[in-house]
Design a protein around this ligand. Structure first.
Ligand code: PBG
Length: 306
């Protein structure tokens, strides 16, 4: 049986005041400005939801090919972390660590000559983690899939005295077509231009590959991951079980934006029973072995089960 403790609530943050923008391809899900983020996390806490995963929508003029804004101590992410911690000090704050919201090319890494530069990118990701930790993040969550980033992040956090900042690694993240609505939410889809990789298949995993998921996950644990993740959920529950059986640290599953959108769309048409399907999918994810579930349904599900 799922319970409020199972959930991580993803939240999208934007600049402004009193801004609550519905995401077109995610009916019922919103981008919030900091003042409304504060209200939201108080409400979540009162519902028994104790961890949030923060994503920010960065304005176009702040995007570049280096992730400069990602390191701004007064950036939107850094202010979001402080806002949540001030509003509900006990809320577990997890932060997205990846360059795509900050990339003018919509990629998770720095691009040169049509390729993603792995090692230049991991250096920035480590700095980004440190910046989030300094702002008060409890758990940094790299969603980029560059090689070796967990080691770089852990090393820098240790060097700087952030021994207690945990790392939740998106360790088995597939190159999935289910991320579309999320890219709408953050306006972060890869751009269509010459010499820019048109998709993320060089760093995210091939959906037909099973062994690589375990290899990548074990490597991340060796490098210092405290929590590992499988993403997306429903299509990858075999992988969730494989990994649950192979590791002895918590396994998180991300039920992604496209999975949310499918249920919403079918329910809107009256073709599926929204609440029943939602709870069945969340239950299946837990049964497969998830110790935590990042889900856009968290709030709705908790209202139903408590
Ligand atoms: C990118 C990132 C993505 C998601 C989380 N972080 C999309 C992508 O890889 O393009 C997807 C989450 C979702 O679809 O809900 N670093």
């Amino acid at each position: 049986m799922i319970s409020p403790n199972d959930f991580i609530v993803p939240l999208f943050v934007v600049e402004g005041k009193n801004v609550k923008e519905e995401i077109g391809s995610m009916p019922g899900y919103f981008r919030l400005s900091l003042d409304l983020l504060e209200k939201e996390v108080k409400e979540l806490w009162n519902l028994g939801l104790k961890s949030v995963l923060l994503f920010v929508k960065v304005s176009e003029e702040l995007k570049d090919n280096a992730g400069k804004e990602a390191l701004n101590p007064e950036g939107l992410m850094q202010r979001s972390i402080k806002t949540v911690k001030n509003a509900v000090p006990e809320m577990i704050v997890m932060t997205d660590v990846a360059l795509d919201p900050y990339s003018k090319f919509g990629h998770d890494g720095i691009i040169a000559d049509g390729k993603v530069l792995n090692d230049d990118t991991t250096a920035v990701l480590a700095e980004m983690s440190l910046s989030h930790a300094k702002a008060g993040a409890d758990i940094v969550a790299p969603s980029d899939m560059m090689d070796g980033r967990i080691f770089e992040m852990r090393s820098l956090l240790e060097d700087e005295g952030f021994h207690d900042t945990a790392i939740m690694s998106y360790s088995a993240k597939y190159a999935s077509a289910f991320y579309g609505p999320f890219r709408d939410a953050l306006d972060s889809a890869p751009v269509d231009a010459a010499n820019i990789p048109k998709d993320k298949k060089t760093y995210q995993m091939d959906p037909s590959n099973r062994e690589e998921a375990i290899r990548e996950t074990l490597m991340d644990i060796e490098e210092g991951a405290d929590i590992v993740m499988v993403k997306p959920g429903l299509c990858y529950l075999d992988i969730v079980r494989d990994i649950r059986n192979a590791v002895n640290i918590p396994v998180a599953v991300y039920q992604v934006s496209g999975e949310y959108a499918m249920i919403k769309a079918a329910a809107e048409k009256g073709w599926l029973d929204h609440d029943a399907v939602m709870l069945e999918q969340l239950t299946a994810i837990k049964r497969a072995g998830a110790n935590m579930i990042a889900s856009y349904f968290a709030k709705e599900a908790v209202k139903l089960i408590s």
